[in-house]
Design a protein around this ligand. Structure first.
Ligand code: ATP
Ligand code: MG
Length: 379
């Protein structure tokens, strides 16, 4: 099977690696230049984009912000998976909120506006603190502004006044005082079968994912089921095929959906070492019409993102159960450069290994690691 991925970053790279043992050939498209590249070396292919589209069995995406023009071309070939409407919903917070509401899926109290003049009313209706999110093209916390106190209003108003809100409206959300963040990564096959990984606990710093722990500690059967029911409702409505990620805020025994991602997801990277079949392989299986692989977890696993920069030795690879996944990118502030997967037989063993790992890494780039490790050791 031949697969063409729109987007040439680390997710396409990990799909390529997962496809190799299955005899699949994965190519990527740099959508900013309309060129076909090798997902590992990034070397341009001899094929033009049109030729690569012709010469592939399936087209998929590694991120939702693919230009509409390219999505339409892909859709017209009948080879695009997941569907164009699934990708559009993931790319546009206005569409996403309206789908969640129409499917009766609990989400954050919110208000949408397309004129900066409406901001005072929005603040009055929702109350402070709120988070404002550009409805399109945001990721890793970019395109977001927080209003925590009246003094923040002026600077945020100035920022919003620079934008074309008629073209990209703003979704204002009440800031949720959640207990923790969770995500459900699951997969739906082309014949409508589902498989779910256990919920993962995700820890963010400055709007960006730093640490995922899977399975998330202390998850009741009811909570896992609630997450799966929301997932099924969304995926069936979208006639979804492939891996889908749903991000949640846990508030007591309730889950609120934060957002959905119509693709393989950073909070699913732990599955490479921690689950029977990783999310990348399962995505390829689903979109290629193959049976899904087991999503059973094999070991308690943490995924630690390597963000920004800083050089460090490779000594930590001596820690049992520690695996490095390096994406081959040059360092830049806030850029995801790679991740570690660390596994153990129980949470406290995993915590001890993460403590070892933290001793090899600079605290400024891994601000949540020490505390995350200590929390696991207490379990
Ligand atoms: P990513 O691409 O990493 O998923 P994103 O830019 O798409 O991020 P969100 O997931 O909407 O943005 O927000 C990033 C993080 O900001 C969330 O994971 C959460 O930590 C925090 N956050 C977002 N919305 C809220 C909210 N309504 N209340 C509290 N915290 C929030
Ligand atoms: Mg998110």
């Amino acid at each position: 099977m031949r697969v063409l991925v729109f987007g040439g970053g680390q997710l396409a790279r990990m799909m390529y690696l997962a496809g190799c043992p299955l005899g699949m050939h994965v190519r990527a498209v740099d959508v900013s230049k309309d060129i076909v590249i090798n997902p590992i070396s990034k070397a341009p292919s001899k094929l033009t984009l049109a030729e690569a589209i012709e010469d592939t069995d399936v087209i998929t995406v590694e991120f939702e912000h693919v230009p509409e023009r390219l999505l339409e071309i892909a859709d017209q070939t009948g080879k695009l998976s997941p569907s164009i409407q699934s990708i559009r919903v993931g790319a546009d917070r206005v569409k996403e909120k309206s789908l969640l509401t129409s499917l009766n899926i609990a989400n954050c109290e919110h208000q949408i506006f397309d004129d900066v003049e409406a901001l005072p009313d929005v603040i009055k209706n929702l109350g402070m603190p709120i988070v404002l999110k550009a409805s399109r093209d945001g990721y890793d916390g970019y395109g977001q502004w927080r209003i925590k106190q009246p003094e923040d209003v002026q600077s945020v108003t100035k920022e919003l006044a620079k934008l074309d809100l008629k073209r990209v409206p703003i979704v204002a959300e009440k800031m949720i005082n959640f207990d923790r963040e969770l995500s459900l990564v699951g997969v739906r096959s082309s014949d409508g079968k589902f498989a779910f990984y256990p919920l993962a606990e995700n820890r963010h710093h400055e709007g960006q994912l730093h640490l995922s722990i899977a399975p998330a500690p202390q998850i009741s059967t009811q909570l896992q089921q609630q997450a799966e029911q929301y997932f099924i409702r969304l995926a069936e409505n979208l006639n979804y095929v492939g891996v889908l990620a749903v991000e949640f805020f846990q508030v007591g025994a309730q889950l609120l959906v934060n957002e959905i991602a119509p693709r393989v997801h950073n909070s699913g990277h732990w599955t490479i070492q921690g689950a029977d079949t990783c999310q990348f392989e399962n995505h390829l299986r689903a979109i290629c019409g193959l049976p899904l692989g087991s999503t059973e977890f094999r070991s308690y696993t943490a995924m630690v993102n390597i963000i920004g920069g800083g050089s460090f030795s490779r000594e930590m690879l001596g820690i049992p159960g520690c695996h490095l996944h390096w994406y081959g990118k040059s360092p830049r502030p806030k850029r995801k450069l790679g991740h570690f997967n660390v596994s153990g037989d129980c949470f406290s063993a995993l915590g001890a290994r993460l403590t070892d790992l933290s001793e090899h890494l600079p605290e400024e780039h891994f601000p949540l690691l020490t505390e995350g490790a200590a929390d696991l050791q207490k379990l």
